[in-house]
Design a protein around this ligand. Structure first.
Ligand SMILES: NC(=O)c1ccc[n+]([C@@H]2O[C@H](COP(=O)([O-])OP(=O)(O)OC[C@H]3O[C@@H](n4cnc5c(N)ncnc54)[C@H](OP(=O)(O)O)[C@@H]3O)[C@@H](O)[C@H]2O)c1
Length: 317
């Protein structure tokens, strides 16, 4: 039983060319507090804008902003029954660590459906070292078989864990995980060696998060600027690690120059690289200001010629 199509073009028909991330509604990821993230009304306006711009899949998680993100997506969805968007949510990242125990996954799915109205795509948010795939995957598989969800996937998996999950699903006769949601961008390339070959060979959908490396690939921090309080980069420890490395900052500066030479924003070029990547189905984008939508238009429309591809790849190899 499969739902996700095996070619990238067909997967884009199903999921769209970009997915909307809502990890910045009510907070940023699991962090909340004054000045962090969009308010509820800003979140509703963000989803309106995204759907008007052609986005057809909205990504959230039960843990985002203590549940505010799911509640806003659910409010938007119930106010717009005419819109046929897919709703994707995640479970298994809890404030006290990863938990994919079957009872909890089952409970959280019921809870998310109550809040969101429905869950189309359900994702295991984190690897849980205490719950083997043989225990957690049957819950996801049953949810597909009973028609509760359309498909399920895995997030934050390395190649070994992904292969083990596929092998477990096959051995137990379960519905397979069909979507992979990992961090992947010009700066974060861990998936190149192992995960992407598996995704390609198995015909999975690959929807990377943090396509701009939390905004670092948007040209905002290339001259030694530090992330302002409340910005996406300010709440991601990985961003501070990168910005502390002079070699990375030098690459970001060179990348900004390539973008300028091609009359495109740095964010647009970083998204264009993913948009034209042969194994990427669709990046999960996050937008905190309406001016940031321009980069998404640029990514989808810029001519991706061999000289542009070579110029970008040579910087980040
Ligand atoms: N599965 C997981 O574990 C996981 C983890 C992280 C995220 N996610 C999902 O993936 C989504 C995207 O992740 P992310 O927020 O890390 O993505 P990202 O694309 O790397 O960073 C997005 C942030 O970059 C800044 N930005 C975006 N466009 C810009 C532009 N044109 N110019 C300048 N700055 C720009 C904005 O932040 P500011 O303006 O606030 O600086 C925006 O919130 C999340 O919303 C969530 O749904 C999943």
């Amino acid at each position: 039983m499969t739902w996700v199509a095996s070619t990238r073009d067909e997967q884009r028909e199903q999921l769209g060319r970009f997915l909307l991330g809502t990890g910045n509604i009510g907070g940023i990821a699991s962090q909340t507090g004054p000045g962090i993230g969009l308010s509820e009304s800003e979140g509703l306006a963000l989803i309106d804008h995204a759907v008007a711009a052609g986005i057809t899949t909205i990504d959230t998680a039960d843990v985002y902003a203590g549940g505010v993100s799911e509640r806003v997506v659910g409010r938007w969805s119930s106010a717009h029954p005419e819109q046929s968007v897919l709703i994707q949510t995640k479970t298994g990242a809890t404030p006290s660590g990863p938990d994919l125990s079957p009872e909890r996954v089952r409970r959280q799915l019921t809870r998310s459906i109550d809040i969101l109205g429905r869950v189309d795509l359900y994702i295991a948010h984190r690897l849980d070292p205490h719950t083997p795939w043989a225990d957690s995957l049957p819950v996801f598989s049953d949810a597909v078989q009973t028609g509760t969800i359309r498909a399920y996937g895995l997030s934050n998996v390395d190649g070994k864990a992904l292969e083990a999950a596929l092998e477990t699903a096959d051995r137990l006769g379960l519905v397979r995980p069909e979507l992979v949601q990992n961090s992947y961008s010009l700066l974060e390339r861990s998936d190149d060696d192992h995960v992407l070959p598996v995704v390609k060979a198995e015909g999975l959908a690959y929807t990377p998060f943090s396509p701009l490396a939390n905004g670092l690939l948007a040209g905002r921090y290339s001259n030694g600027e530090r992330p302002a309080a409340g910005s996406r980069a300010s709440v991601a420890s990985r961003s501070a690690d990168w910005l502390d490395q002079p070699a990375v900052v030098k690459k970001l500066r060179a990348f900004d120059r390539v973008a300028a030479e091609h009359h495109i924003t740095s964010a647009g070029l970083a998204l264009a690289w993913l948009y034209n990547h042969p194994v990427v189905t669709a990046p999960i984008i996050s937008v905190s200001k309406s001016s940031q939508w321009q980069a998404i238009d640029e990514a989808a429309t810029m001519p991706w010629t061999p000289p542009v591809q070579d110029a970008v790849n040579s910087l980040f190899e």
